[in-house]
Design a protein. Sequence first.
Length: 414
Amino acid sequence: MTGRGLAAGHGGVAMRTTRPSAAVRALSAPSVAASPTPMPSPVRVTRSSPTTRTEVRPPAGATQAIDWPFPPGLECYAAWKAALSRLVDCAIPADADPSQFDFHGRTWQLPEAFVQINGGSAMSMSRPQAVIDDRPISQMSLYLVTDGSVVTDYDGRKRAHVPGDIIAVDYSLPYESHTPGYEGITITFDRAFAPAGLQGHIHGRALTAKSGAGRFLAAQMRSLIDLIDQLSVDQAQSAVDGILRFAATALTVDAPGTRSAAASLLDRAHHLARRRLSDPAFGPEALALALGVSRSKLFRSFETHGGVQRWLLGERLMTSLQTIVRSAGDLKVAALARQHGFRSEAHFSRAFRKRYSVSPSTALDLVTRSGGSMLYLSWSKKHAKAQTSTPEAWLAAALARAHETAVDEPRSAS
């Protein structure tokens, strides 16, 4: 992030200006959070409404806004797709009309952060490990849902979010999200210079709309948006610093009390495993070595999960299903097996069928016929508070629809 630096030290943490990565510099704001999306090329400073766009001269020293310039339609869709493809895999429902696609937003660039409001129609996006490796960035975000709903999987933290929820996002870790339509506020910042509490394993952690901390932080983020055009750049940055410091204290405390050592070990194991699942040699021994713990301690921690080997198999299968859901249905089963650390296609197919009661090829066929993960959007809209896994819920919905179609076709023929 370019601009002058400032020392905003608090609790021994010094905040300072840094230059963004090449991937981020391609955009005017790098927020790629749960459903917030990056704002492509900078355009004029405006104040917009659904029907009018008029030039505004901000007061001297005030922050300046960058508006997304495209009204709903094909041009908006093409620009959105081009911008997001640099950082995430993205799509809209298979039955959606791109000429009706809507994305809108506004970004304020500060010395050490981007502040953004945006929203749009139904869409999905994911940042798998392959994209992270190819297009790394060092940013994180706090994302506040203000309208609509978002179903997410943040590297294994799966949940549905409703207005008032605030989610922490670390773009160095995998995530995926699906929304039938949303509005939100995002604060994006460099991970290296964030408060210490935001540099731990907080990817996907959330403050809910029902919690006191969540309501307080949401009020602060909304107030910043309401007043940012009246603040100087230094004042706006100071407000962001305060928001991040509060988030650091709120997101690192799990009520009631703090997380157990076993939960912490599982969290670390999950992050390590997700990065090495494609390696068929990665097993319990390698995991224990990477975590720096004894085999006995590791095995005790995973007793409730049926053992380390069974847990790793479950992670490989879940990740393979996520890949299938995100695909267009044109993947090969052999490639899926190799990508997720199975030693043979036969082994992968047997394990997949045992867990999901269908073969990988059947799941791929369902993607082709149903539009993949976008089928889940209609399900999630009706079950916004569901805590189930996104890909597994998709598979259940797809199988149910396929069964209904198979039953209805003979009736229609008769």
